[in-house]
Design a protein. Structure first.
Length: 339
């Protein structure tokens, strides 16, 4: 039977409208919450949002930034957000210990950026030298976490510790003091305020083997919507590669709009530091975001040895999954961008 032109046109229009409706339905709404205000370290997420990578993966992503007065953590098990960026593995371990059903699905800092900084020329050239420091400025979180490991591994003593109030004044006033730092924060601030580069002693290089900037989600999301989790992780991996090595202007503009305190100079200084913490370890072969079973066990063993947990508290394997990583997603993009 021969179809008339109007019928064909109507059929085509119906097909196009149906396709449009399907495309709209295919955009799954996803909410990511970060642990701090927008910054270059979060650049891969904003890159994937700004350049349409999330959209290409069928995701409508909203990023909710954290901050000093924002606690996004309870929102994950409550179902208010779908993915949560956290600083290290300790929070994931705490959740499993407390039977909170969350799980780590990607780890974007293969090398944790946490460090201790010291004044140059004061005898603090290697990590073990910190045992000689009269004053170690640490915030409460550091005192109850990696400091406990430092005491076991390097002979640090509680009498060395003084509270860190997130001001450089104490550190700058006393050349014999040392203090906690984040690789993309305090070292830059010291150079800007005092005109010298501090000695930066990496906890990761000293053996503190946690991953940094890990992504957690709910266990039920992994079980019931694994494809959504996969698409989010893979799109984020691509976003990080494009941010670290490609054209990041749109992402930077988005970050600076959300957080006007971020300067162009700060971004430029951050990029090589981020590469040195993200695109290392297993990332060059398994792709950014990689998770190693051996690495997870090593860190868990260190926390038990430091007295942070008891062996009977939980099964550390419940805290993470390698289901969505270690597949080399984005390595082709890195190869194309890095000449």
């Amino acid at each position: 039977m021969r179809l008339q032109a109007p019928f064909i046109a109507r059929a085509l229009l119906t097909t196009l409208l149906a396709g449009t409706a399907f495309a709209a339905l295919a955009q799954d709404k996803v909410v990511l919450a970060t642990n701090w205000r927008a910054q270059p370290g979060h650049g891969g997420f904003y890159q994937a949002l700004a350049d349409g990578t999330y959209k290409k993966f069928g995701l409508d992503v909203e990023i909710q930034q954290g901050g000093p007065q924002v606690n996004n953590r309870p929102m994950l098990p409550a179902g208010k957000i779908d993915f949560l960026m956290t600083g290290n593995l300790l929070m994931a371990f705490d959740n499993i210990k407390q039977k909170v059903p969350t799980v780590v699905v990607a780890a974007y800092f293969q090398k944790d950026p946490q460090a201790i900084i010291a004044h140059p020329g004061q005898g603090f050239e290697k990590f073990a030298d910190l045992a000689k420091a009269k004053t170690v400025l640490l915030a409460k979180d550091g005192q109850i976490s990696y400091w406990q490991w430092m005491k076991k591994a390097y002979g640090m003593r509680d009498e060395q510790v003084r509270p860190y109030n997130y001001s450089l004044s104490q550190f700058l006033a006393d050349k014999q003091s040392v203090q906690q730092a984040y690789a993309t924060s305090e070292p830059f601030a010291v150079e800007k305020q005092a005109g010298f580069k501090p000695v930066v002693l990496s906890l990761a290089d000293a053996g503190w083997s946690t991953y940094g900037m890990v992504i957690e989600t709910r266990q039920d999301l992994v079980k019931n919507k694994p494809d959504l989790v996969r698409r989010f992780v893979e799109a984020t991996n691509i976003g990080h590669y494009n941010y670290l090595y490609g054209d990041r202007k749109a992402a930077d503009a988005m970050i600076q709009k959300i957080n006007p305190d971020i300067s162009e100079d700060y971004i430029e200084k951050s990029i090589p530091v981020l590469r040195a913490h993200m695109d290392v370890g297993d990332a060059p072969t398994k792709g950014i975001g990689a998770i190693s079973d051996a690495r997870m066990k090593d860190f868990y063993d260190k926390t038990v040895e430091a007295g942070l947990y008891k062996p009977t508290d939980f099964n550390y394997k419940d805290a993470y999954t390698t289901q969505f990583v270690n597949k080399g997603t984005g390595l082709d993009i890195r190869k194309a961008l890095v000449k």
